[in-house]
Ligand binder design. Structure first.
Ligand code: CP3
Length: 313
């Protein structure tokens, strides 16, 4: 498989392509399902997880699937009141006060529906399956104002989240995921010292605790290259991939600006080819966006991107 070969740094064929947020609101199939079920109901129902995960694979012929879920579900398992409101996004009803202790809980029992969804997917998919979780700093950012915390207390919170995330990702791998991705979407707001302490250190603990599948590490902005020694990295458009490649030989994923998908077919094809030219013949390159697909993306622009990567030679 192209995707798993690239993660093993031995892909000798074309670059594999998948897209962060490849399933979701820009697809009419998803919109139709959302008329019948709310977002959390879909996330909690193995058959619906399976159905939505398949939608972009069937529609566009992508080279990897990502489990349909959300990085914030682990917060429900930790006792937080999580809700999603249309046009607002996620809201936690019982946020955590600065410097307070969070009680650890066995999150995997609570998240069994994700694992059942993964098992259904492994029976029905013909491409590799990616599991995922939020990085501790980003997950914490949704329950508390991390910048108001005493740094030593914040270390404790992030460490607890790291332990829960290890259990959760290992359960996803055991259920059948071929790789896992960790999203540290808000780490870009940290300075270099904080980035090392609150983003990289917990991620390092998680990566060391994983059994049986490679990890891809994602954050926005140029600090992502600090993860180089931990595993595969997913970079955005602020990073020049050939420059990074000169210092890093591991699996590299990226990096089209998802806003390009809002322009026109010709621009999508031109910008996609630019990246393919830069990474031509690279055995460890995975084509992706630098962040998730925007909800108002025209579907034929996604198709143009995928076709362009698949026909490139
Ligand atoms: O990539 C995929 O196709 C898998 C699904 C996936 C979702 N969320 C589905 C989703 C993944 C990998 C995520 C990760 C996620 N969730 C992140 C990290 C990546 C990133 O975008 O930086 C973050 C920060 C979240 C938290 C989250 N979930 C927010 C802020 C929101 C609201 C904003 C928005 O985009 O609507 C969500 C909701 C959410 N997660 C939707 C989807 C498809 C929209 C749900 C809907 O209204 O139908």
């Amino acid at each position: 498989m192209l995707f798993t070969d690239a993660l093993a740094q031995k892909n000798s064929r074309r670059a594999p392509v998948w897209l962060m947020r490849q399933a979701g609101r820009y697809m009419h199939e998803y919109q139709a399902l959302r008329k019948r079920y709310d977002f959390l109901t879909i996330c909690h129902t193995p058959e619906l997880i399976c159905e939505v995960t398949h939608q972009p694979i069937n529609a566009f012929g992508l080279d990897a699937a990502i489990v349909f879920s959300d990085i914030l579900l682990i917060l429900q398992a930790l006792g937080f009141d999580l809700r999603f409101y249309d046009d607002v996004g996620p809201v936690i009803g019982n946020p955590l006060a600065a410097n307070s202790l969070l009680e650890s809980r066995p999150v995997v029992d609570e998240l069994h529906y994700v694992l059942e969804g993964i098992k259904l997917l492994k029976k029905s998919l013909n491409v590799p399956l990616i599991g995922f979780a939020g990085a501790p700093f980003t997950v914490a950012s949704y329950v508390t104002k991390t910048k108001e915390w005493n740094p030593d207390k914040l270390d404790l919170l992030l460490d607890l989240l790291a332990d829960c995330t290890i259990d959760y990702l290992n359960a996803q791998i055991e259920a059948g995921c071929d790789a896992v991705q960790l999203f540290d979407s808000w780490a870009m707001h940290l300075d270099a010292e904080q980035f090392h302490r609150f983003s990289k250190k917990p991620l390092e603990k998680i990566v060391k605790g994983l059994k049986g599948a490679p990890a891809i590490l994602f954050c926005r902005g140029p600090q992502v290259s600090a993860y180089c020694d931990l595993g595969a990295i997913s970079v955005d458009w602020t990073v020049n991939m050939p420059d990074l490649r000169a210092k890093f030989s591991g699996p590299l994923q990226g990096n089209l600006d998802p806003s390009i998908l809002l322009t026109d077919r010709k621009t999508v094809e031109k910008e996609t080819k630019k990246i393919l030219d830069m990474m031509r013949g690279d055995p460890a390159f995975i084509f992706n966006l630098g962040h998730g697909v925007h909800k108002n993306t025209p579907r034929d622009h996604v198709q143009a991107l995928v076709d362009c990567v698949k026909s490139y030679s």
